[in-house]
Design a protein around this ligand. Structure first.
Ligand code: ASP
Length: 333
């Protein structure tokens, strides 16, 4: 990998992982396409003025749809970003990624990387061959954010639809629309405008955790619903889950048999985190559920998917006691 060194512009390495942004299909079809089929160099060729924003180098880490992302890919990506970020001839890193699980990869990197250099993730909702594909505009906006000095020290940033999101808050909200990424509780960190890059607020704190060894421990998410029984809790424990995240109803709640089975699991050393299937609002301790008595952790503003990533990293780092897990959740609020 050689970043053009004669350039006075910021030097940015693009790490491709696949996704719809690199998807190819007949432009007239609305149907299937091959995620990750188009190399990042080809995508960037469709971005007007890219070489006036940055000196750019390309690498491929994976070429998959993000529904198939594994913790092995997370580790490969985190290692590569850490190595690149330590180089004096690299100013920022831009990651292209599918949108389905971008929020989870972003949060894993946010928790485990400590670089102050900008690390920006972009994706697209329409394949590169679609009429009015959103990939080129998102790549351009991502490059602008990665190249901007105000992007330093903000952890992992997610940029789509001219909007800059923080890794802890961002979530995909629409199956199909280009404005799918939102930060429901706190709003975006900033915008990309005709005048450049504008930040509105600081991101959530980083956890200062090391990159833990792979593979990450099994942590299951259980989606609560009316009439739920303990079957899925028992199945998760029987499958060897070291942690369970409840995507609870309301304030991280669930039917009595579920809470009892979870308390039993907590007593046997399984980490139990209560999050909510509601898109807005925090899950706080000891309001409707007695966390102190049951040994549960309250997820605060972490969605179930984010709570799972944080819990996996904590358990893999040897942080297993409910008090210590709760402290880490509180620290990353
Ligand atoms: N399934 C695709 C992915 O996440 C969707 C996308 O990229 O928008 O890779």
């Amino acid at each position: 990998m050689t970043v053009p060194s004669s350039s006075p512009l910021p030097r940015i390495v693009i790490l491709a992982t696949g996704g719809t942004i690199a998807g190819a299909a007949d432009a007239r079809s609305k149907g299937g396409y091959n995620a990750g089929a188009v190399p990042a160099e080809t995508l960037m060729a469709a971005v007007p003025g890219a070489t006036e924003i940055a000196g750019i180098a390309f690498e491929t880490v994976a070429a998959i749809g993000s529904q198939d992302i594994t913790d092995a890919v997370w580790h490969a990506l985190a290692h590569r970003i850490a190595v690149l970020a330590a180089r004096e001839d690299v100013d920022a890193i831009l990651v292209t990624h599918g949108t389905d699980t971008m929020e989870e990869t972003a949060y894993f990197l946010h928790l485990t990387l400590s670089t102050q250099k900008p690390v920006v993730m972009v994706g697209a909702m329409r394949p590169s061959t679609a009429l009015s594909g959103d990939g080129p505009a998102n790549l351009r906006a991502g490059l602008m954010v990665a190249a901007h000095p105000d992007s330093r020290g903000r952890g992992i940033l997610v940029v789509l639809n001219d909007t800059i999101h923080g890794a802890r808050d961002v979530t995909k909200t629409s199956t199909t629309q280009v404005e799918t990424f939102q930060s429901p509780n706190l709003g975006p960190l900033g915008y990309v405008t005709a005048n450049g890059v504008a930040f509105l607020r600081a991101p959530g704190a980083r956890a200062a955790l090391q990159l833990p060894p792979a593979p990450l421990p099994r942590v299951s998410i259980l989606y609560a619903h009316a009439g739920m029984d303990a079957l899925l809790v028992e199945a998760a424990i029987a499958a060897g889950a070291r942690g369970v995240v409840l995507a609870g109803v309301g304030d991280g709640n669930a039917a009595r048999p579920v809470l009892e089975a979870l308390a039993e699991a907590a007593r046997s050393g399984v980490a139990v985190v209560r999050a909510s299937r509601c898109p807005l609002g925090p899950v706080l301790r000891n309001i409707e559920v007695s966390d102190d008595a049951a040994g549960f952790v309250a997820a605060g503003l972490h969605s179930p998917a984010k709570a799972r990533v944080l819990l996996q990293v904590l358990l893999a780092s040897g942080i297993t006691a409910p008090d210590a897990i709760q402290a880490a959740f509180d620290r990353t609020e």
